[in-house]
Design a protein around this ligand. Structure first.
Ligand SMILES: C=CC1=C(C)c2cc3[nH]c(cc4nc(cc5[nH]c(cc1n2)c(C)c5CCC(=O)O)C(CCC(=O)O)=C4C)c(C)c3C=C
Ligand SMILES: [Fe+2]
Ligand SMILES: [Fe+2]
Length: 375
C-alpha cells in the first residue's frame, strides 16, 4: 500500500468550477443577457421590485446598442468556446499531476448559459467529493468573482450539492498569469517598436486597459479590484524588464451615468493623440477574447486612434489558453487545495468567509475572519 502509485489508489473526485461573465449566444439572447446583468444586486444594489423594473428598462434601452456591438463578431460572444478551451487545458494539466485527485472542470457563466443551476446539477450528477471555485478574473471585484461565487452557493443549495467548497479569491500577481502576459505584451511592444521605427516616430506607450467599475464599488464597498489591477500591471512591467518603459493603467467600458474609476481608456487615447505617441493596448483584467476586446478595443478605440492620427495602434491578445497561464491556474488550484486541507472549507452561509486569498494585504476578503488555524 505504501509504495502504490497515486493513480492506483481510489482518487477523490475534485470539481473545479470556472466562472466568467458569459455572453449572448445569438442576437435573441442579447436582451435577456443584459437583463440578467442589470438585475444582479452586485451590479445594481437596489432592493426589489425597483431593481427588477430598472433592469427591464436599462436592458431594453441598451439591447439595440449591444446587438450592434455583437453584430461585428457574428452576433454572439466567443467567450464560452474560449473558456471551454481553458477548461479542457486545465483539466488535462491537473489530471497529469497524479496527486490523488480525479479532476473535472465545469463552467458556470453568471449572465448567460451555462448558468450556475445547470452546472451545479452536473457537478452533483458526477458525484464530486469537493469543489474548488476558480473565477477567471485575476483581480477580485464583488461585481464579478463575488457575484459568481454567491450565485454558485445559492445554486448548490437549490440542487442539493453538498460537496465542500474552497474558493480561490484572486491571483493578480500569479507568476503564470504575469509571465504569460509579459511574453505576449513583449511581442506586441516589439512589433509596435518596429513599426514606429519605420515611420520615424518615437517609442510606444503601453496602456494597460482594464474593465472599469463605478467609483463607489471601490470607495464604499472596499473592492480591492483597482489596487489589484495596478499590481498586475506593475508585475507585468517588472517581468518585461524594459528600461524607461512609458506605461499606465486606464479603464474601459463605462456604462450608465454613475462616476466610474479612471482615467478612461478613451481619454488616454486622446492624450496619446495630442502627444503623437504610438500605442500598445493591453487588456489586463480579461483572460479571454470577447466583445470588450474584439469590438471595443479592436474596432471602436482603433477608429478613435485613426481619427487622431496615432501612428501605431497595436492590441495585445488576452492570455486565453497560453500554457504558462494554464500552469499558473494549476498553481492556484493547488494552493487553494492546501488551504482547504489546512483550514477547512468556505463558510457556506457567508459570502466570503474562509476563501483562499494570496493578496491578503489589499484584499477585502482577507479581512473577513478566516478558517480555524489561520492567523
Ligand atoms: C473584470 C471584468 C469585468 C468587470 C469588473 C465588469 C463590471 C461591469 N460590467 C458592466 C456592464 C457590462 N459589461 C458587459 C460585458 C462584459 N463585461 C465583462 C467583464 C467585466 N464586467 C465581460 C467579459 C464582458 C463581455 C461579455 C461578452 O461579450 O462575452 C456588458 C455587455 C456589453 C455591452 O452592452 O457593452 C455590459 C452592459 C457593469 C455595469 C459593471 C460594473 C458595475
Ligand atoms: Fe462588464
Ligand atoms: Fe483576494
Amino acid at each position: 500500500m505504501k509504495d502504490m502509485p497515486m493513480s492506483e489508489l481510489k482518487r477523490k473526485k475534485r470539481a473545479i468550477i470556472l466562472f466568467n461573465l458569459g455572453g449572448p449566444d445569438g442576437p435573441d439572447a442579447v436582451k435577456p443577457f443584459l437583463f440578467n446583468l442589470f438585475n444582479d444586486p452586485a451590479i445594481i444594489s437596489l432592493p426589489n421590485p425597483f431593481r427588477y423594473f430598472l433592469a427591464k428598462l436599462i436592458s431594453s434601452r441598451r439591447a439595440p446598442i449591444a446587438r450592434e456591438i455583437y453584430d461585428h463578431i457574428g452576433g454572439k460572444s466567443p467567450l464560452l468556446e474560449l473558456t471551454q478551451d481553458q477548461a479542457d487545458a486545465l483539466e488535462t494539466e491537473l489530471n497529469g499531476l497524479d496527486d490523488g485527485f480525479e479532476n473535472r472542470c465545469f463552467i458556470a457563466m453568471r449572465y448567460w448559459k451555462p448558468f450556475a443551476d445547470d452546472s451545479a446539477a452536473a457537478v452533483k450528477a458526477w458525484g464530486a467529493d469537493e469543489q474548488i471555485l476558480l473565477p477567471l478574473y485575476p483581480q477580485f471585484s464583488t461585481t464579478t468573482s463575488g457575484s459568481s461565487v454567491k450565485d454558485w452557493k445559492r445554486a448548490c443549495q437549490k440542487v442539493g450539492l453538498n460537496a465542500p467548497i474552497k474558493t480561490a479569491c484572486c491571483y493578480p500577481t500569479n507568476p503564470g498569469f504575469v509571465e504569460a502576459s509579459a511574453e505576449m505584451v513583449k511581442v506586441g511592444y516589439e512589433n509596435a517598436l518596429k513599426k514606429s521605427a519605420k515611420l520615424g516616430v518615437g517609442k510606444p506607450r503601453l496602456l494597460f486597459s482594464a474593465h472599469g467599475v463605478p467609483k463607489a464599488v471601490i470607495t464604499k464597498r472596499g473592492d480591492p479590484y483597482q489596487s489589484q489591477i495596478e499590481k498586475s500591471a506593475q508585475a507585468v512591467v517588472d517581468k518585461m524588464a524594459i528600461a524607461d518603459l512609458d506605461w499606465l493603467v486606464c479603464y474601459q467600458s463605462r456604462v450608465g451615468p454613475m462616476e466610474w474609476i479612471g482615467p478612461s481608456t478613451e481619454h488616454e487615447i486622446e492624450r496619446a493623440g495630442k502627444d503623437g505617441v504610438p500605442l500598445v493596448i493591453v487588456p489586463i483584467a480579461f483572460v479571454t477574447e470577447h466583445s470588450e476586446t474584439l469590438v471595443e478595443l479592436d474596432i471602436e478605440y482603433r477608429e478613435i486612434a485613426d481619427k487622431l492620427k496615432i501612428p501605431v495602434y497595436e492590441r495585445v491578445r488576452t492570455v486565453c489558453s497560453h500554457p504558462r497561464f494554464i500552469s499558473g491556474l494549476v498553481e492556484v488550484v493547488s494552493e487553494t487545495q492546501q488551504a482547504l486541507d489546512r483550514n477547512g472549507p468556505d463558510d457556506y452561509a457567508v459570502e466570503t468567509r474562509g476563501w483562499w486569498c494570496p493578496d491578503e494585504h489589499s484584499c477585502a476578503i482577507a479581512k473577513q475572519p478566516m478558517g480555524p488555524g489561520q492567523a
